[in-house]
Design a protein around this ligand. Structure first.
Ligand code: ADP
Length: 673
């Protein structure tokens, strides 16, 4: 085994690799950019080497710097993680030349699978089912139309060098093929410097299901079952699971056999993933092979009981695979949710900032249910604009799929992150989605279930009752606490009415609370005069003031809620529903109704920065008249340029930002007259 391992990555995957290396007694070396000086992976590693500025091109993607770091620290192996240099054959070769082991497949396998056209040809030769299509390079739009007509509509036009969903177009007609061909070609040219495109059949409503393979340097290759990753947003995976609820043993065996055949054909010798799309009739078609560890590998680890990083290290060191295909058994179900720093209510715009609070849910295994967190940050850390906005991966495992989903829902509810917007409310709502729970999935799932994007839903049903009850119980605790203060005035005992008015958002609810603080509390709501039937909600919790998460049971069922103090009240977040709540006595509620309502400031005269970012350019000057739709300003965030446009006809009166300014969300860029 290796003595010293350099991890050529950052964030959660660097931390995850360090953890296994430490367990195996391997000394670890981290590399870090200027932006990551205080990052968790640097702290966790035994040694750390600075490799330059924040921009990945000059640090994490710089082969020479990383090879030099490995040489100077005497590392005998390098694990590339995913992304960055993980699928870069030149990097693997550069290390090989220095006698340092690349923990991944041999460079020939990386190259063979790096090109979509070439890998499909190889797959077809290895008798792997590929999407019906044309595997030649297409030169003209006219040829493209002819080929599309032969394949039959709809078709997909793809860039051979493509990745990350770039250069892909769907076409339903000859006209769309001609247009898509031209735009895909130019996008491929500008993104990858390679304008080869090809056409294949577009599989409608497919599911994305991939097979994990594992090979050694002695020609042994096995597969570890599948992962389903159909829940995607713009070709980005959001939720992954193993096994797939759609795949039967026969299909699994067939897909596994093909994945192994393809891996053998390219002499694969590490952990890798063969991606397929699967149609409604369980026909499956090869998409591409990823020659690295995948983001979603933990779900496979939880159902197989294997540590994939350990396996990768062992085979890289020359060991034979210790497990045979027949030893691989899949136990239970695992689900992974990717926690991103992005605002789900603002079309998932990236969000950045300081992690003011970072309190993961309870981890570990309890009653056969496991909760795992792969994370690369800690409280006080920062989410910067330079890298992928993924903060952590929450993974749960149980004997049944629905149990794992239930646990994921609860763990998300109990996960406290403050300092910027994140997608936990969206993930929490997803976990309660009927179609997801039934496993009726396709890659269109999010687009179909959230056609208008994600908007936090209004509290209703049991969720609303639980919110009202918890708010009332917190108020009740506060009264009991006040009553317990010693040396209060003698004489008349202080009396507290049991009736309270809970204001949930705008609506008022009359409730009574009994019990507590050490025993259960019963909150009664609805009934006579309210137009609602009467409900009694029983709560048990040891929540106390100051805790940001309320945990306990609601009518006997475990539940968790986020609790944050706000002006004259509390903000509660439960199952993705966020509401401000205030609790009054009846007399207070009467007076409250007389209070003037503070009006929201009118921001329609301002152009506000929709996300934290850098002003690239301004398209207008003071005094200029603009029409609705005219570009006003370009703001760069997360490597993407966003053009901000005028919403209506107006005149620019004042400009407050200039190119090069780094702005916070809602900062004023310009004012209209
Ligand atoms: P990339 O390398 O850019 O990620 P992939 O080939 O892996 O591209 O495809 C990404 C996603 O696009 C897949 O997960 C699937 O949802 C969709 N997709 C790709 N090819 C097809 C196809 N022929 N028919 C339908 N959907 C497809």
């Amino acid at each position: 085994m290796f003595a010293k391992l350099l991890i050529a990555n950052r964030g959660e995957i660097a931390c995850r690799i360090i953890r296994t290396a430490k367990r195996l007694g391997i000394h670890t070396v981290a590399v870090y950019s200027e932006a990551d000086r205080d990052a968790l992976h640097v702290e966790m590693a035994d040694e750390a080497v600075a490799i330059g500025p924040a921009a990945a091109a000059h640090s994490y993607l710089d082969i020479a710097k990383i090879v030099a770091a490995a040489k100077s620290t005497g590392a005998d192996a390098v694990h590339p993680g995913y992304g960055f240099l993980s699928e870069n054959a030149a990097f693997a070769r550069a290390l090989e030349k220095e006698g340092i082991t690349f923990v991944g497949p041999n460079p020939r396998a990386i190259e063979a699978m790096g090109d979509k056209i070439e890998s499909k040809k190889l797959a077809a030769k290895a008798k792997v089912s590929t999407v019906p299509g044309h595997l030649g390079v297409i030169d003209t739009a006219k040829d493209a139309v002819k080929i599309a007509e032969e394949i039959g509509f709809p078709v997909m036009i793809k860039a051979s060098a493509g990745g990350g969903g770039k250069g892909m177009r769907i076409a339903y007609s000859a006209k769309e093929v001609a247009e898509g061909f031209t735009s895909s070609k130019s996008e491929a040219k500008s993104s990858f410097g390679d304008d080869r495109v090809f056409i294949e059949k577009y599989i409608e409503e497919p599911r994305h299901i991939e097979i994990q393979v594992l090979g050694d340097k002695h020609g042994n290759i096995i597969h570890l079952g599948e992962r389903e990753c159909s829940i995607q947003r713009r070709n980005q995976k959001v939720i992954e699971e193993a096994p797939s609820p759609f795949i039967d043993a026969k299909t699994r065996a067939a897909m596994g056999a093909q994945a192994v055949a393809l891996s053998k054909a390219v002499g694969y010798d590490s952990a890798g993933t063969v991606e397929f799309i699967v149609d409604k009739k369980r026909n499956f078609y090869f998409l591409e092979m990823n020659t690295r560890l995948q983001v979603e590998h933990p779900v496979t680890e939880l159902v197989t009981g294997l540590d994939l990083v350990e396996q990768m290290l062992k085979v890289a060191a020359g060991d034979k695979l210790a497990i045979k295909q027949k030893d691989v058994t899949l136990k239970g179900s695992a689900v992974e949710a990717r926690v991103y720093a992005e605002d789900p209510t603002r079309n998932f715009l990236p969000s950045t900032g300081r992690l003011v609070r970072y309190q993961p849910p309870k981890l570990g295994t309890e009653k056969g249910v496991t909760t795992r967190l792969d994370s690369g940050v800690e409280e006080g850390g920062e989410i910067s604009v330079y890298y992928d906005p993924m903060i952590a991966k929450l993974v749960t495992h149980a004997s049944k799929r629905l149990q794992a989903i239930e646990q994921m829902g609860r763990a998300l509810d109990a996960f406290a992150i403050d300092g910027f917007r994140h997608n936990i409310p969206f993930l929490a709502v997803l976990m309660r989605n009927e179609r997801w729970r039934d496993g009726r999935l396709s890659t269109k799932f999010i687009a179909e279930e959230f056609p208008e994007g994600f908007q936090p839903s209004a509290p209703k049903g049991e969720v609303r009752d639980a919110l009202i009850a918890v708010a009332a119980s917190i108020d009740h605790l506060s009264n009991q606490r006040r009553r317990a203060i010693t040396q209060q005035m003698h004489g008349e005992p202080v009396r507290f009415a049991v009736t309270r008015i809970v204001q949930l958002g705008e609506e008022l609810n009359r409730v009574t609370v009994e019990g507590g603080p050490d025993g259960p509390m019963v909150v009664t709501m609805g009934g006579k005069g309210t137009g609602e039937r009467q409900r009694r909600v029983t709560l048990e919790s040891s929540w106390w003031f100051g805790a940001s998460v309320w945990e306990g049971t609601v009518d006997g069922k475990p539940a968790a809620m986020q609790v944050r103090p706000i002006l004259n009240g509390t903000s509660l977040i439960f199952q993705g529903v966020e509401v401000p709540v205030r609790v009054f006595t009846e007399a207070e509620a009467e007076l409250e109704a007389l209070m003037p309502v503070k009006e929201k400031p009118d921001t329609s005269k301002f152009l506000l920065c929709p996300m934290p970012g850098l002003v690239v350019s301004l398209a207008v000057c003071e005094g200029q008249a603009v029409a609705a739709g005219d570009p006003l300003c370009v703001v760069e965030a997360m490597k993407m340029e966003n053009v901000l446009k005028a919403e209506r006809d107006a005149k620019v009166s004042k400009i407050l930002a200039k190119p090069g300014d780094s702005l916070n969300v809602d900062a004023v860029i310009l004012e209209f007259a």
